[in-house]
Design a protein. Structure first.
Length: 128
């Protein structure tokens, strides 16, 4: 994936800025300001979410890294990725995706199930 090269080069440059030396093959990709390997993102992510006033969701639940999984699945469904492919990608069953995310796609599916025979419908359903 050539798109990743820009970001990997950025990480390489940031390592140089943090440590004063170019990274070697055995240096970590994700590192502290001292160039040491980051063992866990849990604490840092919690602080970042708190600083952005996003640590607690509207429903009162505390956000963590698992929240990104939900966001990813939701976005993939909205883009039309099939449940079977998505289930394999995230390591869960398509049955679970159907059960927990079936409410996401109704507007798109309704538009597919109601054909505009005359091609004169005033209101067209479109994905946002």
């Amino acid at each position: 994936m050539p798109e990743t090269l820009t970001f990997l080069n950025l990480l390489k440059s940031l390592f140089y800025v943090a440590t004063g030396v170019m990274p070697k093959d055995d240096d970590p990709v994700f590192f502290t300001h001292e160039g040491k390997r980051i063992r866990s993102f849990k604490g840092g992510l919690a602080k970042l979410l708190a600083a952005a006033d996003l640590r607690v969701a509207r429903n009162g639940k505390t956000r963590d890294s698992f929240s990104f999984r939900h966001f990813y699945i939701t976005q993939q469904i909205r883009e039309g990725v099939g449940h079977h492919l998505l289930g394999r990608n995230v390591g869960t069953s398509s049955k679970m995706i159907d059960a927990y995310y079936s409410k996401i796609r109704p507007t798109d599916e309704i538009a597919q199930l109601i054909p505009d025979w005359s091609k004169k419908r005033l209101l067209q359903y479109k994905r946002k």
